[in-house]
Design a binder for this molecule. Sequence first.
Ligand SMILES: Cc1ncc(COP(=O)(O)O)c(C=O)c1O
Length: 390
Amino acid sequence: MTVLDRIRDRIAQVQRLGLYRQLHHHSACDGVRVKWGDRWLINFSSNDYLGLAREPQLVEAAIAAARQYGTGSGASRLVTGSFDFHQQLECQIATWKRTEAALAFNSGYQANQGVLVGLTKGGDRIFVDALAHASLRDGTVLSRARSHEFRHNDLEHLEHLLNSHPSSGIRLIVTESVFSMDGDVAPLSELLQLAKTYDTVLVVDEAHSVGVFGPAGSGLCAHLGLKGDRLIQVGTCGKALASFGAYVASCEAIAELLRNRARSFIYTTALPPSVIAATRAAIAYLQAHPERLQRLHRNRQHLASRLGRVLDSQICPIVLGEPEIALAASQHLRDRGFWVQAIRPPTVPNGTARLRISLSASHSAEQLDSLCDALQPWLSAQSLPHQMIR
Ligand SMILES: Cc1ncc(COP(=O)(O)O)c(C=O)c1O
């Protein structure tokens, strides 16, 4: 057996488990529709929650920045890649989030790694929610800290772990605000209280709550009035902000340590001018157009009432069980004109493969109704024990 045979063997293994992944190339996109082959499908899998990706203000800002500064930043931030526009974005984010400081990262994946690797070293401890995103888990593995997983949103379990694992170094509690595959929310006020009681710092990944909750879409922490030196808010700019990149909003001491120790900040080329300009325009847009958020929440309520369940957020999981059934559900909807991606392990725990419906402010009530009309009879016909239970 050659090494390539072994590689093919691993592919076959993934296929046997029903976990084979492949890229679907869309040839066009207009608002909430994507073109696949020669068919237009209504997209219920995008994280462009506010439908801003084609907003002229963002597009024009990106074009103007490319004209003025060129297409690339040319180097990492600490070499010669840091420009006024990076600093302006960081000031804008700190003002919007009401934090002392903000630091731009090249993606949410890198921001999460940067925080966990940059703030900890051997002897430190990271307490992470069991359903936290892969980037937070990978950051935990990359850091030299010992990690402890607490049951999803289980404050008692977390407190037990905090009591059982003291450290004279740094301890972090890590969670998401809106969980990416479940759409539920973390008990952030209580977590911040635990962080204060146990002299730890709370890291909240706001990837799916930025642009969706809080004043001018500034996130769930802001919505709940949470602030202070013990809170780190990580946000992505590639989802509701319809741009790219990410930020860490925190106190200045944390930003300073990250500039010095976060490898995913230090060893990478700075974000390009067009991307920074689009993000800045998106934040300005949110501040001027609260009606976008309101439209998204109206859609959330509409879908919730059609499905007869409570939705904490714009993400609606339909948990189905094994990968094959999630793929069949996705195919069923695709045949009827909807793109709803099947989500399978290891993205979600074994036995909880699902459809993940994500809403946009740009969906119409008719589009939501027609999705439900296509989905509900199919679900009833399957007589699944766990369907739609969360
Ligand atoms: C919760 C969460 N954190 C982080 C990320 C990574 O963000 P980015 O796409 O900016 O790398 C994602 C999505 O991909 C996410 O869902």
